[in-house]
Design a protein around this ligand. Structure first.
Ligand code: AHM
Ligand code: MG
Length: 336
């Protein structure tokens, strides 16, 4: 901007990733390459989201994805960007995308040691009305004794505690990437004037208790008693909690990390495992929230303790400020 000084020593995401790599003398830079390739995909998706209306990218592409939902043009584009950038990073052997029913095998020439699970564009119901949407990803390592290529699909079905790094991109009033690696969570804002993500939220931590609950209250009649009782308890007393629900997981979780509080997607009478998918929605968000000092549970155990039984399995999820999540767990105990 005219008159605004440029920071000549700014901490870009690329610089940050390299500085992390240097901490591990034996590291050869594979994870750095991988994160850089995701960064490229996110920059391109952000550009596409920002000009979607003008470039005619809104609306359905005419396909139905594996979950039976309409696929939007931006979903297709985002998925292709993630796959192409990751494959050409020479760091991954297998990819799991929300948009693909089976795993995406990376050919031997391009193959590497990581497995990446991702939702390339989450919150699709919000695309056409310009409400915030996001991308979510988690990175796992292929076990050393894995036989292949080709590798078996079950290599992707790892426990959440095996995650090496995870992150999300939020295409909101600005574009932001939040990345969790080495037990820290750091946030980077896209500065469009230089085309770089710049560290704006170092060492993010979530307040121990918040004042906001976030749940789709329209399904109240289908909740289980523990959830009903918990939400009701937040509305009574002299200081009731505020309600916020965007319907885009990345935006709802980002707000929860910044302001504190709790995000809930419970099971319902029609959806016995809730809606959100373990490998590329629940896991990365749980990993990030825990590394920011919060908690993420399925109501009985930590989300990261789940061993997924399929690529697209779902789980109820309760995440956010540790004291607030503890309250939900108490409600589950009481109604067990
Ligand atoms: P999507 O993968 O089809 O975009 O669905 C996931 C989204 C999440 O971002 C959000 O938390 C949830 O669906 C909202 O669901 P609901 O409309 O049932 O409240
Ligand atoms: Mg999704």
């Amino acid at each position: 901007m005219a008159g605004q000084p440029i920071d000549t020593n700014c901490m870009t995401l690329t610089r940050f990733i390299l500085a992390e790599q240097i901490k591990y003398p034996t590291a050869v830079g594979n994870l750095s390459q991988l994160l850089t390739s995701i960064q490229s995909a996110v920059k391109a998706i952000s550009a596409a989201v920002r000009r979607a209306g003008i470039s005619n990218l809104f609306g359905a592409a005419g396909d139905v994805n594996v979950q039976g939902e309409d696929v939007k043009k931006l979903d297709v584009l985002s998925n292709e960007l993630f796959i192409n950038m990751l494959r050409s990073s020479y760091t991954c052997c297998m990819l799991v995308s929300e948009e693909n029913e089976t795993v995406i095998e990376v050919d031997t020439v391009h193959s590497g040691k990581y497995i990446v699970t991702f939702d390339p564009l989450d919150g699709s119901s919000n695309i056409d009305c310009l409400v915030s949407i996001g991308s979510i990803f988690a990175i796992f390592k292929k076990p050393d004794d894995a036989v292949g290529p080709p590798f078996e699909e079950k290599l992707a079905l790892q426990k959440g505690t095996n995650i090496v790094a995870a992150g999300y991109a939020l295409y909101g009033s600005a574009t932001m990437m939040v990345i969790s690696i080495n037990k820290e969570v750091n946030g980077f804002m896209l500065d469009p004037s230089i085309g770089e993500f710049v560290l704006t939220d170092p060492k993010m931590t979530i307040p121990k208790r918040g004042k906001i609950y976030s749940i789709n209250e329209g399904y109240e009649n289908k909740w289980e008693p523990a959830v009903l009782a918990y939400v009701k308890s937040k509305k009574i007393g002299p200081k009731p909690y505020g309600a916020r629900y965007i319907g885009s997981m990345v935006a709802d979780v980002h707000r929860t990390i910044k302001y504190g509080g709790v995000f809930l997607y419970p099971k319902t009478a029609d959806a016995p495992n809730g809606k959100l998918r373990v490998l590329y929605e629940c896991f990365p968000m749980a990993f990030i929230v825990e590394n920011a000092g919060g908690k993420a549970s399925d109501g009985t155990k930590p989300i990261l303790d789940i061993t997924p039984t399929g690529l697209h399995v779902r789980s109820p999820i309760f995440l956010g400020s540790s004291d607030d999540v503890d309250d939900i767990l108490k409600s589950f105990e009481k109604h067990a």
